[in-house]
Ligand binder design. Sequence first.
Ligand SMILES: Cc1cc2nc3c(=O)[nH]c(=O)nc-3n(C[C@H](O)[C@H](O)[C@H](O)COP(=O)(O)OP(=O)(O)OC[C@H]3O[C@@H](n4cnc5c(N)ncnc54)[C@H](O)[C@@H]3O)c2cc1C
Length: 397
Amino acid sequence: MDFSLTPEHEMTRQMVREFAEREVAPIIKEYDRAHKINLDALSRMAELGILGICIPARYGGAGMDYICLGLACEELERVDTSLRVVMSVHVGLSSLGLLQWGTEEQKQRWLIPQARGERYAAYALTEPGAGSDVAAIVATARRDGDVYVINGEKMWISLATVAHDFLVFARTDTRADSPHRGISAFVVEREMAGVTTGDIHGKLGVRAGSTGWISLADVVVPVENRLGEEGAGFKIAMSCLDNGRYTVAAGATGLIRACLEASVEYAQERHTFGREIGQHQLIQQMIARMARDYEIARLLWLRAGWLKNQGKRNTRETSLAKWFATEASFAAASDAVQIHGAYGYSDEYDVERYLRNAKGACIYEGTSQIHELIQAGYALGYRKDRPLPCELPPYEE
Ligand SMILES: Cc1cc2nc3c(=O)[nH]c(=O)nc-3n(C[C@H](O)[C@H](O)[C@H](O)COP(=O)(O)OP(=O)(O)OC[C@H]3O[C@@H](n4cnc5c(N)ncnc54)[C@H](O)[C@@H]3O)c2cc1C
């Protein structure tokens, strides 16, 4: 067993860390306060190859492995969650979905521009009436000769007002024997007639990110835009989540580290009762928990990344990594605010933003309750992974 990072991993980590520290950290508060996405940062991520980091070079990517993807997410979220969310939806949920399920033509058409960062991608599964219960979606895609006509509303979609390509899930068979079977996946382009989008306002966190709605009104989509077989949409949606959740897990690990670093610094400068607060055991307890959870979260996402590199199924491991890291990051952020006292309660310090951002990750890409159920299902033997028609390709050196 080898726990060390390769020179490529170290190089990627350093490159993303420098980008985040130099170009994002100084301005993130401004964007967060303004509830505005930093589109210049997305362009820079494209230039640096981060938006296609683990996509093979022949499909326009940087050709790094899945550990590099995790390291990039950890470093981005150490500074701010919103850019890691971009990685989750653009790379994790969308581009990797195309890599896994797309035909060669679909990869040429959508994956290459996405990996180069020329087109941004979003993942549109959730609807106003269906989140955790994916099989309850009601958007429809009616086949009409060589096209499908899509109608429906998608809600809580990251990058809704920014993305060029949407991976949309809609019901192609309203009478399927099981609601899971009647769903199909499509690449819908913003330019298509009948697509309108808008932002959701008043969010608790990820304020420097775009989260919105998509309305699909009689959108005519060629059959060539269907990803996978008709009716395979549920499986595709779930396999994409295996990748998105991985990026969330690695990112949340970075957030725990951010909380730890901020808390250690503050605990060594703030004094009460004649000594720095880091000398008080109850402060030490909170810091010790952050240090412990950072190490656990890191090992869990690294194991999931190792499985991905081998091309091995990792639904169970990724779910565990996501559940643990997001809950631990919320606890770490809450303790970091506590350690900062009243100052932690204002946006003078970053920790209040960490707390607001951490909550979202306990909700999206499977709520903590859904991950608890998944883990219980595996432990009790109620849940087993069946082979997929096509698995995520292993990392090719
Ligand atoms: C910032 C943000 C970004 C998002 N980005 C995207 C995106 O890009 N694409 C996308 O498709 N979606 C996105 N979502 C939506 C997200 O995936 C859903 O919010 C999530 O799946 C939960 O669905 P819901 O909000 O409808 O909650 P519900 O499913 O209605 O759940 C409500 C509560 O009930 C609990 N619950 C539900 N079922 C059970 C059960 N069986 N047992 C126990 N408890 C249960 C849940 O855990 C939760 O606490 C985003 C959400 C947020 C907040």
